[in-house]
Design a protein around this ligand. Structure first.
Ligand code: 5GP
Length: 236
């Protein structure tokens, strides 16, 4: 597998072409951004944590029937993935109120929902990733009705699987954002699942174990990312 020219550089990852047109190599960075790029920084070791953690999670989700872009981990920061075309929809599920949900509705963080919530954001940095309803996604042709039904089905499996997985590691899955892509005409899970994209609270202390430590200047950011990876790697 040859790493060829860089195709794209995002806020947290670089994507490279390979000598196989069906495969890319993603290279995870330590760069951290928040509030649509307004807050910038570095979290030492984050790239490796997010890469390794995403790969563990994606392999688990494959076993549960969710197809993913994961192919092979090359190094602590680099992974071979299927060359998907990302759908410009951020898929967010919540089990407990936090973040933009708490702010939008003027409620405290920590309200446990009877049923998980499901929402889309339009993945568009210029617009600040606005909340988007399904009919608007359809109107703009961002996905088909069938693709949205598949996304909902997979997202529910991701939530059920990860809630149980993290709980076993002493972490409550508060909410998460996932992204899907098209590969061979099929919807598959892409991007990453990491403390950058999930809210995780310690089961015993409710301490925040995710990117909110960076967003809200809570300290111990690097140590927390390492602790999450340690727990995720822990054998059952
Ligand atoms: P909220 O809408 O409360 O800000 O975020 C809900 C969940 O989705 C959180 O776990 C948050 O980390 C994740 N999330 C939402 N938008 C983004 C985004 O643009 N980038 C990343 N990395 N995570 C996001």
């Amino acid at each position: 597998m040859k790493k060829l020219e860089q195709l794209y550089e995002g806020k947290a990852k670089k994507v490279f072409k390979t000598d196989d047109p069906n495969l890319y190599i993603v290279d995870y960075k330590d760069d951290a951004t928040a509030f649509n790029g307004e807050k910038k920084g570095q979290i030492a070791g984050k790239g490796a944590v997010n890469n390794v953690m995403s790969n563990i999670v994606f392999q688990l989700l494959e076993q549960k029937g969710v197809p993913t872009h994961f192919v092979e981990q090359l190094s602590d920061r680099e992974t071979v993935v299927k060359a998907v075309k990302i759908l410009p929809l951020e898929v967010i599920m919540r089990n407990v109120s936090a973040g933009s949900f708490a702010k939008r509705y003027g409620v405290e963080e920590g309200i446990v929902f009877d049923k998980p919530t499901f929402e889309f954001s339009y993945k568009n940095d210029d617009l600040g990733d606005p909340l988007m309803c399904e009919s608007h996604a359809l109107a703009l042709g961002l996905a088909t009705e069938e693709q949205i039904a598949t996304i909902k089905k997979y997202a529910a499996i991701v939530n059920d699987t990860l809630k149980e997985f993290f709980l076993d590691k002493g972490l409550k899955l508060i909410d998460f954002k996932i992204e899907f892509g098209l590969y061979d005409g099929e919807v598959i899970l892409a991007d990453e699942v990491s403390p950058d994209t999930c809210r995780l609270w310690d089961v015993k202390t409710n301490e925040k174990m995710d990117k909110d430590r960076f967003r809200r200047d809570l300290g111990n950011v690097e140590e927390t990312y390492q602790e999450v990876l340690k727990r995720v790697k822990k054998a059952d």
